[in-house]
Each structure stands twice: as structure tokens, then as C-alpha cells.
Design a binder for this molecule. Sequence first.
Ligand code: NAG
Ligand code: NAG
Ligand code: NAG
Ligand code: NAG
Ligand code: NAG
Ligand code: NAG
Length: 299
Amino acid sequence: MRALSLSLPLSLSLLAASSTAATTCAKGLYMVVARGSEEPAGTGVTGNLTSQIAAKVPGSEVVAVDYPASFDDYEDSEGDGVKAMRQLLNSYAEACPGNKIAVLGYSQGAQVATDTICGGAGDPFTSDKGMSDDVMDDVVAVAIFGDPTHVANMTYDRGTSIHNGLFNRSSSSIEVCKSYASRIVSYCDTGDIYCDAGSNSTVHHMYIQRYGDEIVDFVVSQFEKSTSSGSGSGTNATTTTAPAPTVSPTTTSGGNSTVPTRTGGPTTSSTQGSGASALTSSLMLGGLLTVLTAVSQML
Ligand SMILES: *[C@@H]1O[C@H](CO)[C@@H](O)[C@H](O)[C@H]1NC(C)=O
Ligand SMILES: *[C@@H]1O[C@H](CO)[C@@H](O)[C@H](O)[C@H]1NC(C)=O
Ligand SMILES: *[C@@H]1O[C@H](CO)[C@@H](O)[C@H](O)[C@H]1NC(C)=O
Ligand SMILES: *[C@@H]1O[C@H](CO)[C@@H](O)[C@H](O)[C@H]1NC(C)=O
Ligand SMILES: *[C@@H]1O[C@H](CO)[C@@H](O)[C@H](O)[C@H]1NC(C)=O
Ligand SMILES: *[C@@H]1O[C@H](CO)[C@@H](O)[C@H](O)[C@H]1NC(C)=O
């Protein structure tokens, strides 16, 4: 497969490589980040996580998806984000086959990530296919939070939400996501106005605070798993509930880095399901109004 992709015309590879800054191959993780609606250009709040991950995975590189992240022009913006993320991933995987990639996204950026990886959500959004196997062989972690196309009750869901998000996701796209379940974590809490179609705007802004450490641990452990087995891709974790190892701080000084050591132990617990129903039903009417309002604002 690699031989095939490498046999593309040289001029095409050069073109692809020169059109992005991603010409050097990161020894650690290449982290592709899509920010949320209206966050200033760059990585947005997700940069908090990628800087922590980079501190634990020496030789990592962080690149922000260059797209509008516009709220008022959501559909076009989101579509631009998917194209830009796809190009980053294709270019990097082609230039640096076998090097490890993590994809992170918040809010609109979470939808960008899901549409890019699993294929488009479908009308009114793109229905384009997800990334090729060649690229996905290198993607060791997809960590998103507050996705407006969140699908409830998937094994890769984290957080308390049991509702679908504001926008539908096509069943074909959901099937592709399921096939990558061991590499995905999608955080959504009850009440989130977008991913839970709820009525509490505060919830949408609390993921870093609530789950930042978990997300960092997940991405770091996925990287470690992929490199420790020595079997190349090594992304076929057997269960989605595998304990996320905690990682001791790495010391990095003057290019001298120690390999992170695992101390083991589950750090995540499933909080989905019981207990939330009384709260969610009381939020439902408000949630419906919010959905209608938000849809009319967005579309
Ligand atoms: C990241 O989040 C933590 C916890 O909220 C906060 O203490 C820290 O200042 C943040 N760091 C950055 C770079 O935003
Ligand atoms: C998810 O599962 C919960 C508990 O089984 C259920 O109440 C809820 O309706 C499900 N959500 C969706 C969108 O199917
Ligand atoms: C989502 O899909 C359902 C069922 O197909 C449909 O009734 C609903 O209008 C769709 N919602 C949106 C926001 O497109
Ligand atoms: C919204 O969520 C926040 C965070 O969980 C909570 O503190 C607040 O009470 C909630 N507001 C409403 C109106 O439920
Ligand atoms: C994971 O990969 C190894 C080596 O390729 C293989 O033996 C094993 O069956 C795979 N496990 C799963 C669950 O696919
Ligand atoms: C790395 O640390 C070890 C042990 O402290 C030391 O012997 C070695 O010279 C260091 N290497 C570099 C490149 O600094």
C-alpha cells in the first residue's frame, strides 16, 4: 500500500508537501487541531491539551486547521474545515508514512474532525468519504468534545449525554466511526446546547476543565501503544474500555528525553445512563426550543 502511494508522480508529492508547512516528520505525534466556532485562528482552547500532550510525547508537532470557524456561515465554514484537515492528513501521511498522528477538535472543529475521519455527516453537510486506510493506519487517536453531530450511546462516547446532537450524522458515517471506536473518544455532557441538543450553554465550555486530563492521558497512551508493540500500526486495541495508563511526567532537557513510563490503572469510569433521566427530561422542552433557535441561527 505504501509502495503504491509513494509511486505517485514526484511532482504531485512535492506540490502536496509544499502547499503545507508539514514537511518535517515529527518524531512524536503530529497533532492536527480544529478549533471551535469563533475561536481566534490557531488551536483555541484545545491548545491547552496539545501543549500538555507535547510535553509528554517529545518531538511532537501541533498544527491548526486553517479554516474560518465561522458560526454565522456554519455550513460553508465546516466544509472548508473538512477540506483543510483532509489535506493536512493526506500530506503528512504521504510525506511521513508510519509516523503517528492525533486529531483533536472542539465544537465545530469536532464536527470537522468527525466528518474528515468517518466521512461527512450528510445533507446539509458534506457526504464525502472518510480518510483512506493508508492515512488511518497512522492516526492513533481522535479526541473530540462538544460535537454538534454527536451520536449518543456509541462505545467511544464519553461524558454524560444520552442525546444526539443538534445535527444528524448519516448512518454510513456512523458505521465508519464504529470501525475506529478504539481510537476515538467523543466527549459530550448532558445539557450541552450543541452536542446534547440541550439548553445549558455553560456545559459546552467545560470540557477542558472536566476532562482535560483524561483526554491528554488517552492521546498519550494511544501513542505509546502504537510504538511499544513494534508491530507497525498497532492501533487495533481490543476493547474500548481499556484502562488509560497514567503517565509519569517526562523530563526533557537539552534534547535528552526520557521515555514515559506507564504506571497503569484505569482513569476513566463510565458515567452514562442512570440518574440523568430526571434532569434531562426537565431540560427537554427548553432543549427543543434551543434546537429550533440554534438551527434557525445556523442554517
Ligand atoms: C489549561 O487548563 C488548566 C486547567 O484549567 C489551567 O490551569 C491552565 O492554565 C491552562 N493552560 C493554558 C495554557 O491555557
Ligand atoms: C441512549 O441510551 C439511553 C439509555 O439506554 C436511552 O435512554 C437513550 O434514549 C439513548 N439515546 C438515543 C439517542 O438513542
Ligand atoms: C434528522 O433526521 C430526522 C430523521 O431522519 C429528521 O426528522 C430531522 O428533521 C433531522 N434533523 C435535522 C436537524 O436535520
Ligand atoms: C449549567 O451547567 C452548569 C455546569 O454544569 C451548572 O453549574 C449550571 O447550574 C447549569 N445551569 C442550569 C440552568 O441548569
Ligand atoms: C491486533 O493485531 C495483531 C497483530 O497484527 C493480531 O494478531 C490481533 O489479532 C489483532 N487484534 C484484533 C482485535 O484485531
Ligand atoms: C542524557 O542523560 C544521560 C544521563 O543523565 C547522560 O549520560 C547523557 O549524556 C545525556 N545525553 C544528552 C544528549 O544530553
